[in-house]
Design a protein around this ligand. Structure first.
Ligand code: NAP
Length: 243
């Protein structure tokens, strides 16, 4: 339990990858604050499930795309839990469509949630981490942000933006003991990928299966736990799909 006494904040923790991150971080010793958009039932269930690890947990309804709510999430974590050691920017949405038919709204919503939302929480938590002279930030991007994907120009742009953002944050905050890294998942079994042809996708993955949320959570625990001399990196967790 190397993370005993430390505090992690996870955005979009109620389901999927975020949920697995909350569980794994709590298991590794962190007290955890997590946000969700609207699914209060899932958030309450997770709060109960996390208690088995013995640490503190708190869920906060906060829309990642809303600057005031993002700031409130971070301030609440700092006020109620006393410090923020790790920030996992996981909340994300898709609104897929071909470029020439994509509405302004679908473009703006995805950029607001996936990219501006990460800026809001990172700026807010970064201030606390700089004063503390320690902290770890992990931003969940996607292989779409590295390689592009037809039908996902908005999503790929937001996820590519996260990579440039994270590398800049790593350079700015490194001297204060704060690391910032990106995880780029491949296809992971969650509500977001429900309905995709999983057998066909798995046949293209060298490891011959889709990822599970826990596969991403393990990488998050590695990057958020004190020790690794790693910052500004993009770690693809995709079963080798993009080799
Ligand atoms: P998911 O199953 O759809 O879960 C999304 C989570 O984010 C939920 O907890 C949801 O809260 C929360 N959320 C959505 N919009 C939000 C907002 N505006 N403010 C706050 N929370 C919000 O998604 P997932 O598959 O776990 O994906 C998690 C992250 O991994 C995303 O950034 C996604 O882009 C990225 N990713 C996923 C895959 C994949 O294959 N699944 C691949 C690459 C990258 P509610 O429960 O309240 O709705």
């Amino acid at each position: 339990m190397s993370n005993q006494g430390k505090v992690a904040v996870v955005t979009g923790g109620s389901r999927g990858i975020g949920r697995a991150c909350v569980m794994a971080l709590a298991e590794s010793g962190f007290d955890v604050v997590f946000s969700y958009a609207s699914n209060k039932a899932a958030a309450s269930q997770l709060e109960n499930d996390v208690k088995v690890f013995g640490g503190k947990v708190m869920s906060v309804q906060a829309n990642a795309a809303n600057q005031l709510e993002a700031q409130m999430l971070i301030d609440k974590a700092q006020t109620e839990f006393g410090r923020i050691d790790a920030l996992v920017n996981n909340a994300g949405i898709t609104k897929d469509g071909l470029l020439i038919r994509m509405s302004d709204e679908d473009w703006d919503d995805v950029i607001a949630t996936n990219l501006s939302g990460v800026f809001y929480t990172t700026r807010a938590a970064g201030k606390y981490m700089m004063k503390q002279r320690s902290g770890t930030i992990v931003n969940i991007s996607s292989i779409s942000g590295i390689y592009g994907n037809a039908g996902q120009s908005n999503y790929a742009a937001s996820k590519a933006g996260l990579i440039g953002f994270t590398k800049s944050v790593a350079k700015e905050l490194g001297s204060r003991g704060v690391t910032a890294n990106v995880i780029a998942p491949g296809f992971i079994s969650t509500d977001m990928t429900e309905g995709l042809p999983s057998d066909e996708i798995a046949s293209h993955v060298p490891l011959k299966r889709l990822g599970q949320p826990e596969d991403i959570a393990k990488a998050v625990v590695f990057l958020t736990s004190s020790g690794p001399y790693v910052t500004g990196q993009v770690l693809q967790v995709d079963g080798g799909l993009t080799l």
